[in-house]
Design a protein around this ligand. Structure first.
Ligand SMILES: O=C1O[C@H](COP(=O)(O)O)[C@@H](O)[C@H](O)[C@H]1O
Length: 230
């Protein structure tokens, strides 16, 4: 495990430094491969970062952006991660990026696993940049400890890219990248704000039961850079 900790005094300082890191990595990916990929998380934490990132001048038309997970609701629903990304990130300069949403017309996310996988076939892999969040229960992406699908989602030997997840302690069925798919990233960031998330991370680092706190499965298997501010 290698957790590199970048701790900032304010969210503004965090967002400025994070934007610089992300844009440098995306530029590198474009220089090396012609295109770059940025996989982001949803929820509340990334909104301010996305606002700052959208204003960074970059060859966004050569960047594929998608989500590590999605809540299985209509993209017009306030709970939709896609809705948040469209409103906060795919604006200003970043409006030129190619966005691949996860939500399909399928009523049940289980019926959309193959479509999501096929839709990702043109996204540059390994992903250049993956930004993960973490819930108070230690879930990351939508790999929820409470779900019946958690063992399958954390199976490091699985070749499955996506998994449909039904959390029992959070609303909405989900679509999530699996652990092995998340790990196929060149640079993984864990983006957290607030003291309580810091406490959750400390709890995650104090033990290694991955089924209890799925973020441990990422931390135990690869290098992760923590980007934190109060
Ligand atoms: O449900 C989700 O939760 C996590 C954490 O969200 P936050 O609101 O605490 O920042 C998020 O990373 C994930 O993408 C989202 O679907």
């Amino acid at each position: 495990m290698a957790l590199v900790q970048s701790l900032f005094g304010t969210t503004d300082a965090l967002n400025q430094a994070f934007c610089r890191r992300i844009s440098t990595l995306l530029k590198q990916g474009i220089e090396e491969n012609g295109r770059a990929s940025l996989i982001v998380s949803g929820g509340r934490t990334p909104a301010a970062l996305f606002g700052a990132l959208s204003q960074v001048p970059l060859a966004w038309d050569k960047v594929d952006i998608s989500l590590a997970d999605e809540r299985w609701v209509d993209p017009s629903d306030d709970a939709s991660n896609e809705k948040m990304v469209r409103a906060k990130l795919l604006i200003n300069h970043a409006a030129a990026a190619n966005f691949i949403g996860l939500k399909t017309s399928a009523t049940n996310a289980e019926d959309a696993v193959n479509t999501c996988t096929a839709n990702f076939s043109d996204v540059a892999k390994p992903f250049d940049v993956l930004i993960l969040g973490m819930g108070e229960d230690g879930h990351t992406a939508s790999l929820f400890p409470c779900s019946a699908q958690i063992t399958q989602g954390l199976d490091i030997d699985s070749e499955q890219m996506f998994i449909a997840v039904q959390p029992t302690t959070a609303p909405n069925q989900r679509m999530s990248l699996t652990l092995p798919a998340l790990l196929k990233s060149k640079h993984i960031f864990l983006h957290l704000t607030g003291e309580s998330k810091k406490d959750v991370l400390a709890k995650a680092l104090a033990d290694d039961n991955e089924l209890e706190m799925p973020i441990r499965a990422v931390l135990n298997n690869t290098r992760v850079e923590l980007m934190w501010a109060p």
